[in-house]
Design a protein around this ligand. Structure first.
Ligand code: AHM
Ligand code: MG
Length: 348
Protein backbone atom coordinates (compact mmCIF):
# COMPACT_ATOMS: atom_id res chain seq x y z
CA UNK A 1 0.00 0.00 0.00
CA UNK A 2 1.22 3.49 -0.76
CA UNK A 3 0.69 6.00 2.03
CA UNK A 4 -1.81 8.78 1.22
CA UNK A 5 -0.24 12.17 1.77
CA UNK A 6 0.04 15.57 0.27
CA UNK A 7 2.97 16.45 -1.94
CA UNK A 8 4.88 18.02 0.97
CA UNK A 9 3.95 15.52 3.66
CA UNK A 10 6.84 13.11 3.38
CA UNK A 11 8.07 10.48 5.82
CA UNK A 12 11.83 10.07 5.75
CA UNK A 13 13.70 7.01 7.00
CA UNK A 14 14.96 9.12 9.92
CA UNK A 15 11.48 10.17 11.04
CA UNK A 16 10.16 6.63 10.48
CA UNK A 17 12.94 5.19 12.68
CA UNK A 18 12.12 7.70 15.42
CA UNK A 19 8.46 6.67 15.22
CA UNK A 20 9.46 3.02 15.55
CA UNK A 21 11.53 3.94 18.60
CA UNK A 22 8.63 5.89 20.12
CA UNK A 23 6.31 2.91 19.56
CA UNK A 24 8.77 0.62 21.33
CA UNK A 25 9.51 -1.53 18.24
CA UNK A 26 13.23 -0.72 18.39
CA UNK A 27 15.45 0.85 21.04
CA UNK A 28 17.57 3.98 20.71
CA UNK A 29 20.72 1.94 20.03
CA UNK A 30 19.17 0.01 17.15
CA UNK A 31 17.88 3.29 15.69
CA UNK A 32 21.48 4.54 15.56
CA UNK A 33 22.73 1.30 13.97
CA UNK A 34 20.02 1.41 11.29
CA UNK A 35 20.68 5.03 10.44
CA UNK A 36 24.40 4.34 10.17
CA UNK A 37 23.59 1.50 7.73
CA UNK A 38 21.43 3.85 5.66
CA UNK A 39 24.33 6.31 5.58
CA UNK A 40 26.67 3.55 4.32
CA UNK A 41 24.12 2.68 1.62
CA UNK A 42 23.90 6.30 0.44
CA UNK A 43 27.69 6.41 0.14
CA UNK A 44 27.82 3.10 -1.73
CA UNK A 45 24.98 4.28 -4.03
CA UNK A 46 27.02 7.30 -4.98
CA UNK A 47 30.18 5.21 -5.53
CA UNK A 48 28.27 2.70 -7.69
CA UNK A 49 26.66 5.44 -9.77
CA UNK A 50 30.02 7.12 -10.40
CA UNK A 51 32.01 3.87 -10.80
CA UNK A 52 32.97 4.23 -14.43
CA UNK A 53 33.72 7.96 -14.07
CA UNK A 54 35.93 7.45 -11.00
CA UNK A 55 37.74 4.42 -12.45
CA UNK A 56 36.17 2.10 -9.88
CA UNK A 57 35.11 -0.65 -12.29
CA UNK A 58 37.08 -3.88 -12.62
CA UNK A 59 38.92 -6.18 -10.27
CA UNK A 60 40.97 -5.43 -7.18
CA UNK A 61 43.43 -8.19 -8.00
CA UNK A 62 42.60 -10.01 -4.76
CA UNK A 63 40.54 -13.08 -3.87
CA UNK A 64 38.27 -13.20 -0.80
CA UNK A 65 38.08 -16.02 1.75
CA UNK A 66 35.56 -17.81 -0.47
CA UNK A 67 37.88 -17.90 -3.44
CA UNK A 68 35.98 -15.21 -5.36
CA UNK A 69 37.73 -12.42 -7.25
CA UNK A 70 37.11 -9.16 -5.43
CA UNK A 71 36.04 -6.14 -7.42
CA UNK A 72 37.39 -2.72 -6.47
CA UNK A 73 33.93 -1.75 -5.33
CA UNK A 74 33.55 -4.91 -3.19
CA UNK A 75 36.56 -3.82 -1.17
CA UNK A 76 35.58 -0.14 -0.93
CA UNK A 77 31.95 -0.92 -0.05
CA UNK A 78 33.14 -3.22 2.71
CA UNK A 79 35.23 -0.40 4.16
CA UNK A 80 32.36 2.09 3.90
CA UNK A 81 29.95 -0.32 5.62
CA UNK A 82 32.42 -1.25 8.36
CA UNK A 83 33.42 2.31 9.14
CA UNK A 84 29.83 3.57 9.30
CA UNK A 85 29.00 0.76 11.72
CA UNK A 86 32.11 1.39 13.81
CA UNK A 87 31.42 5.08 14.08
CA UNK A 88 27.83 4.40 15.19
CA UNK A 89 29.38 3.23 18.47
CA UNK A 90 26.53 0.75 18.89
CA UNK A 91 27.92 -2.27 17.10
CA UNK A 92 29.90 -4.91 18.98
CA UNK A 93 30.70 -7.39 16.22
CA UNK A 94 30.50 -7.21 12.45
CA UNK A 95 30.68 -10.09 9.97
CA UNK A 96 30.97 -9.47 6.25
CA UNK A 97 31.07 -11.53 3.07
CA UNK A 98 34.40 -9.88 2.33
CA UNK A 99 36.12 -10.68 5.67
CA UNK A 100 37.58 -14.06 6.67
CA UNK A 101 36.23 -13.93 10.23
CA UNK A 102 33.90 -11.65 12.21
CA UNK A 103 35.55 -8.59 13.70
CA UNK A 104 35.00 -7.19 17.19
CA UNK A 105 34.51 -3.43 17.21
CA UNK A 106 36.75 -2.11 19.96
CA UNK A 107 35.30 1.37 20.23
CA UNK A 108 31.67 0.38 20.86
CA UNK A 109 29.96 2.89 23.16
CA UNK A 110 26.83 0.89 23.98
CA UNK A 111 24.33 -1.45 22.40
CA UNK A 112 26.82 -3.96 21.05
CA UNK A 113 24.59 -5.21 18.27
CA UNK A 114 25.91 -7.88 15.92
CA UNK A 115 25.62 -6.87 12.27
CA UNK A 116 26.08 -9.33 9.38
CA UNK A 117 26.27 -7.93 5.87
CA UNK A 118 27.15 -8.37 2.24
CA UNK A 119 28.34 -4.87 1.35
CA UNK A 120 27.95 -5.21 -2.42
CA UNK A 121 26.03 -8.20 -3.67
CA UNK A 122 25.86 -9.07 -7.35
CA UNK A 123 29.18 -7.46 -8.09
CA UNK A 124 29.50 -9.37 -11.38
CA UNK A 125 26.95 -6.82 -12.63
CA UNK A 126 28.81 -3.65 -11.62
CA UNK A 127 30.89 -3.09 -14.73
CA UNK A 128 27.76 -3.21 -16.90
CA UNK A 129 25.88 -0.77 -14.61
CA UNK A 130 23.26 -3.44 -13.87
CA UNK A 131 21.52 -3.56 -10.43
CA UNK A 132 23.52 -4.47 -7.34
CA UNK A 133 22.70 -4.17 -3.63
CA UNK A 134 23.79 -4.36 0.00
CA UNK A 135 22.19 -6.87 2.39
CA UNK A 136 22.26 -6.80 6.21
CA UNK A 137 20.90 -8.50 9.31
CA UNK A 138 21.09 -7.43 12.96
CA UNK A 139 21.25 -9.65 16.06
CA UNK A 140 21.57 -9.19 19.81
CA UNK A 141 24.89 -10.44 21.16
CA UNK A 142 24.67 -14.10 22.14
CA UNK A 143 27.55 -16.02 23.68
CA UNK A 144 25.72 -19.28 24.02
CA UNK A 145 26.08 -20.66 20.54
CA UNK A 146 26.16 -24.45 20.41
CA UNK A 147 27.67 -24.67 16.96
CA UNK A 148 30.33 -27.30 16.44
CA UNK A 149 33.27 -25.75 14.65
CA UNK A 150 35.45 -28.85 14.63
CA UNK A 151 39.06 -28.02 13.86
CA UNK A 152 38.19 -24.99 11.77
CA UNK A 153 38.89 -22.44 14.45
CA UNK A 154 41.88 -24.05 16.11
CA UNK A 155 44.22 -21.60 14.44
CA UNK A 156 42.20 -18.55 15.44
CA UNK A 157 42.84 -16.55 18.56
CA UNK A 158 40.32 -16.51 21.39
CA UNK A 159 38.78 -13.17 20.52
CA UNK A 160 37.96 -14.34 17.02
CA UNK A 161 36.52 -17.58 18.31
CA UNK A 162 34.25 -15.62 20.62
CA UNK A 163 33.09 -13.53 17.65
CA UNK A 164 32.35 -16.54 15.49
CA UNK A 165 30.38 -18.17 18.26
CA UNK A 166 28.15 -15.15 18.79
CA UNK A 167 27.54 -14.50 15.11
CA UNK A 168 26.35 -18.03 14.36
CA UNK A 169 22.67 -17.56 15.15
CA UNK A 170 19.60 -18.82 13.32
CA UNK A 171 17.57 -16.23 11.41
CA UNK A 172 14.73 -16.59 13.93
CA UNK A 173 16.88 -14.43 16.24
CA UNK A 174 17.04 -11.54 13.77
CA UNK A 175 15.91 -8.20 15.23
CA UNK A 176 15.97 -6.42 11.88
CA UNK A 177 17.06 -7.08 8.31
CA UNK A 178 17.03 -5.26 5.03
CA UNK A 179 18.76 -4.39 1.81
CA UNK A 180 19.52 -1.44 -0.37
CA UNK A 181 19.17 -1.84 -4.14
CA UNK A 182 21.30 0.32 -6.45
CA UNK A 183 19.20 0.41 -9.60
CA UNK A 184 17.28 2.94 -11.71
CA UNK A 185 16.41 4.27 -8.27
CA UNK A 186 18.03 3.53 -4.93
CA UNK A 187 15.60 1.56 -2.76
CA UNK A 188 16.08 0.78 0.94
CA UNK A 189 13.88 -2.07 2.17
CA UNK A 190 13.68 -2.75 5.89
CA UNK A 191 11.85 -4.80 8.49
CA UNK A 192 12.14 -4.50 12.25
CA UNK A 193 9.71 -7.38 12.72
CA UNK A 194 6.53 -5.41 12.04
CA UNK A 195 6.13 -5.79 8.29
CA UNK A 196 8.27 -4.62 5.38
CA UNK A 197 8.78 -0.94 4.55
CA UNK A 198 10.34 0.43 1.40
CA UNK A 199 12.06 3.82 1.04
CA UNK A 200 13.31 5.52 -2.12
CA UNK A 201 16.35 7.79 -2.12
CA UNK A 202 15.27 11.25 -3.20
CA UNK A 203 18.34 12.58 -4.99
CA UNK A 204 17.16 16.17 -4.41
CA UNK A 205 16.84 15.80 -0.62
CA UNK A 206 19.54 13.16 -0.23
CA UNK A 207 17.06 11.34 2.04
CA UNK A 208 15.30 7.99 1.91
CA UNK A 209 11.57 8.71 1.63
CA UNK A 210 8.89 6.16 2.60
CA UNK A 211 7.26 4.96 -0.62
CA UNK A 212 5.62 1.65 0.34
CA UNK A 213 4.45 0.31 3.69
CA UNK A 214 3.45 -3.18 4.81
CA UNK A 215 4.62 -4.67 1.51
CA UNK A 216 3.00 -8.07 0.79
CA UNK A 217 4.35 -10.65 -1.66
CA UNK A 218 1.53 -11.87 -3.97
CA UNK A 219 0.49 -15.40 -2.96
CA UNK A 220 1.38 -16.84 -6.35
CA UNK A 221 2.70 -15.65 -9.71
CA UNK A 222 4.02 -17.46 -12.79
CA UNK A 223 7.55 -16.05 -12.71
CA UNK A 224 10.67 -18.11 -12.00
CA UNK A 225 14.16 -16.79 -11.41
CA UNK A 226 16.92 -19.42 -11.56
CA UNK A 227 20.32 -19.51 -13.30
CA UNK A 228 19.30 -22.16 -15.83
CA UNK A 229 22.85 -22.35 -17.13
CA UNK A 230 23.31 -24.81 -14.26
CA UNK A 231 20.43 -27.07 -15.46
CA UNK A 232 22.60 -30.04 -16.44
CA UNK A 233 24.09 -30.10 -12.93
CA UNK A 234 20.69 -30.24 -11.16
CA UNK A 235 19.03 -33.43 -9.96
CA UNK A 236 16.19 -34.99 -11.94
CA UNK A 237 13.36 -33.78 -9.69
CA UNK A 238 14.47 -30.18 -10.03
CA UNK A 239 14.91 -30.54 -13.80
CA UNK A 240 11.36 -31.87 -14.04
CA UNK A 241 10.00 -29.04 -11.86
CA UNK A 242 11.62 -26.47 -14.18
CA UNK A 243 10.50 -28.34 -17.32
CA UNK A 244 6.91 -28.32 -16.02
CA UNK A 245 6.96 -24.55 -15.50
CA UNK A 246 7.40 -24.22 -19.26
CA UNK A 247 4.24 -26.14 -20.13
CA UNK A 248 1.57 -23.68 -21.36
CA UNK A 249 -1.29 -23.72 -18.79
CA UNK A 250 -2.70 -21.69 -20.52
CA UNK A 251 0.60 -19.76 -20.52
CA UNK A 252 3.98 -20.98 -19.31
CA UNK A 253 5.89 -19.29 -16.48
CA UNK A 254 8.02 -16.27 -17.42
CA UNK A 255 11.78 -16.45 -16.79
CA UNK A 256 13.46 -13.44 -15.15
CA UNK A 257 17.06 -13.53 -13.93
CA UNK A 258 19.35 -10.58 -13.25
CA UNK A 259 22.10 -12.43 -11.38
CA UNK A 260 21.88 -9.99 -8.44
CA UNK A 261 20.04 -11.47 -5.48
CA UNK A 262 18.87 -8.04 -4.34
CA UNK A 263 17.38 -7.17 -7.73
CA UNK A 264 15.87 -10.61 -8.29
CA UNK A 265 14.45 -10.66 -4.75
CA UNK A 266 13.08 -7.13 -4.98
CA UNK A 267 11.16 -7.98 -8.15
CA UNK A 268 9.87 -11.17 -6.50
CA UNK A 269 8.77 -9.16 -3.43
CA UNK A 270 6.72 -6.79 -5.56
CA UNK A 271 5.49 -9.02 -8.39
CA UNK A 272 5.55 -12.48 -6.78
CA UNK A 273 6.99 -15.71 -8.16
CA UNK A 274 9.97 -17.77 -7.03
CA UNK A 275 13.69 -17.10 -6.90
CA UNK A 276 15.92 -20.16 -6.55
CA UNK A 277 19.59 -20.95 -6.12
CA UNK A 278 19.65 -24.76 -5.84
CA UNK A 279 22.45 -27.12 -4.95
CA UNK A 280 24.05 -28.78 -7.97
CA UNK A 281 26.57 -31.51 -8.71
CA UNK A 282 29.44 -29.05 -8.30
CA UNK A 283 28.17 -27.04 -5.31
CA UNK A 284 26.48 -29.28 -2.80
CA UNK A 285 24.97 -26.35 -0.88
CA UNK A 286 24.38 -23.99 -3.78
CA UNK A 287 26.10 -20.61 -3.88
CA UNK A 288 24.35 -18.23 -1.53
CA UNK A 289 25.50 -17.64 2.03
CA UNK A 290 23.14 -18.36 4.93
CA UNK A 291 24.12 -15.59 7.33
CA UNK A 292 24.21 -12.46 5.22
CA UNK A 293 22.22 -13.44 2.12
CA UNK A 294 19.64 -16.18 2.71
CA UNK A 295 18.59 -15.44 6.32
CA UNK A 296 18.00 -11.65 5.95
CA UNK A 297 16.09 -12.20 2.68
CA UNK A 298 14.02 -15.01 4.20
CA UNK A 299 13.19 -12.77 7.17
CA UNK A 300 11.95 -10.08 4.77
CA UNK A 301 10.03 -12.66 2.71
CA UNK A 302 8.23 -13.92 5.82
CA UNK A 303 7.54 -10.39 7.03
CA UNK A 304 5.90 -9.77 3.64
CA UNK A 305 3.74 -12.91 3.87
CA UNK A 306 6.03 -15.01 1.68
CA UNK A 307 8.37 -17.90 2.35
CA UNK A 308 12.11 -18.73 2.37
CA UNK A 309 13.13 -22.40 2.23
CA UNK A 310 16.21 -24.51 1.53
CA UNK A 311 13.94 -27.00 -0.27
CA UNK A 312 12.68 -28.84 2.76
CA UNK A 313 13.00 -26.56 5.77
CA UNK A 314 12.51 -22.94 6.75
CA UNK A 315 15.76 -21.02 6.17
CA UNK A 316 15.25 -19.04 9.41
CA UNK A 317 15.36 -22.28 11.45
CA UNK A 318 18.79 -23.33 10.17
CA UNK A 319 21.46 -23.09 12.86
CA UNK A 320 24.66 -21.88 11.18
CA UNK A 321 27.85 -23.74 11.98
CA UNK A 322 30.18 -21.53 9.93
CA UNK A 323 30.24 -17.86 9.05
CA UNK A 324 30.37 -18.34 5.30
CA UNK A 325 28.09 -21.40 5.22
CA UNK A 326 26.11 -21.84 2.00
CA UNK A 327 22.57 -23.20 1.71
CA UNK A 328 20.20 -23.74 -1.23
CA UNK A 329 17.58 -20.97 -1.34
CA UNK A 330 14.01 -20.94 -2.67
CA UNK A 331 12.18 -17.74 -1.83
CA UNK A 332 9.11 -15.78 -2.79
CA UNK A 333 5.35 -16.40 -3.04
CA UNK A 334 4.02 -18.98 -0.57
CA UNK A 335 2.26 -21.08 -3.24
CA UNK A 336 5.31 -21.11 -5.51
CA UNK A 337 7.76 -22.11 -2.75
CA UNK A 338 5.29 -24.78 -1.51
CA UNK A 339 5.08 -26.19 -5.03
CA UNK A 340 8.87 -26.38 -5.25
CA UNK A 341 9.10 -28.09 -1.85
CA UNK A 342 6.39 -30.58 -2.79
CA UNK A 343 7.83 -31.53 -6.16
CA UNK A 344 11.58 -31.00 -6.01
CA UNK A 345 12.38 -30.21 -2.38
CA UNK A 346 13.28 -33.34 -0.55
CA UNK A 347 16.35 -34.11 -2.63
CA UNK A 348 19.50 -35.14 -0.80
P1 AHM B 1 28.29 -12.20 -4.83
O1 AHM B 1 27.92 -11.96 -3.38
O2 AHM B 1 29.69 -12.66 -4.99
O3 AHM B 1 27.94 -11.06 -5.71
O4 AHM B 1 27.43 -13.50 -5.31
C1 AHM B 1 26.07 -13.57 -5.04
C2 AHM B 1 25.30 -13.41 -6.31
C3 AHM B 1 23.86 -13.14 -6.06
O5 AHM B 1 23.59 -11.77 -6.06
C4 AHM B 1 23.18 -13.78 -7.22
O6 AHM B 1 21.88 -14.19 -6.87
C5 AHM B 1 24.07 -14.93 -7.52
O7 AHM B 1 25.34 -14.62 -7.01
C6 AHM B 1 24.21 -15.16 -8.99
O8 AHM B 1 25.03 -16.24 -9.19
P2 AHM B 1 25.23 -16.86 -10.67
O9 AHM B 1 26.08 -15.88 -11.41
O10 AHM B 1 25.89 -18.17 -10.42
O11 AHM B 1 23.86 -17.00 -11.27
MG1 MG C 1 26.79 -11.74 -2.05
Amino acid sequence: ATPKRSKYDIVTLTSWLLDQEKSGNIDAELTVVLSSISMACKQIASLVQRASISNLTGGQGAVNIQGEDQKKLDVISNEVFSSCLRSSGRTGIIASEEEDVPVAVEESYSGNYIVVFDPLDGSSNIDAAVSTGSIFGIYHPNDECLADFGDDVSALDQEKQKCIVSVCQPGTNLLAAGYCMYSSSVIFVLSVGKGVYSFTLDPMYGEFVLTQEKVQIPKSRKIYSFNEGNYQMWDDKLKKYIDDLKIPDPKPYSARYIGSLVGDFHRTLLYGGIYGYPRDSMSKNGKLRLLYECAPMSYLAEQAGGKGSDGHQRVLDIQPTEIHQRVPLYIGSVDEVDKLENTAGATP
